[in-house]
Design a binder for this molecule. Structure first.
Ligand code: SF4
Ligand code: SF4
Length: 74
């Protein structure tokens, strides 16, 4: 399950989220969006390591990250 989703058209590749992530799961890659900004990336493997703390989403000036939490089994 993907815990964070990056809106590629909002991201401007500033890297603030990558700095904020306590687990260092995000990095600015080589892929560009339609406006020519490099996009921040997270691998599928690192999606599994994400703890859904939402610090990345909080620091993003462009509100480009949505964070999901896994529901606890009842
Ligand atoms: S903080 Fe937001 S705009 Fe900056 S790299 Fe991360 S997702 Fe993109
Ligand atoms: S939710 Fe937390 S652990 Fe997951 S990518 Fe964002 S800052 Fe990193």
């Amino acid at each position: 399950m993907k815990k964070i989703v990056i809106d590629e058209e909002f991201c401007k590749g500033c890297g603030l989220c990558a700095e904020a992530c306590p687990k260092k799961l995000l990095s600015v890659g080589k892929k560009l969006n339609k406006q020519g900004y490099p996009l921040v990336e997270i691998s599928d493997e690192d999606q599994d390591k994400c703890v859904s703390c939402a610090l990345c989403a909080r620091v993003c000036p462009d509100v480009a990250i949505r964070v999901y939490r896994q529901k606890k089994a009842q």
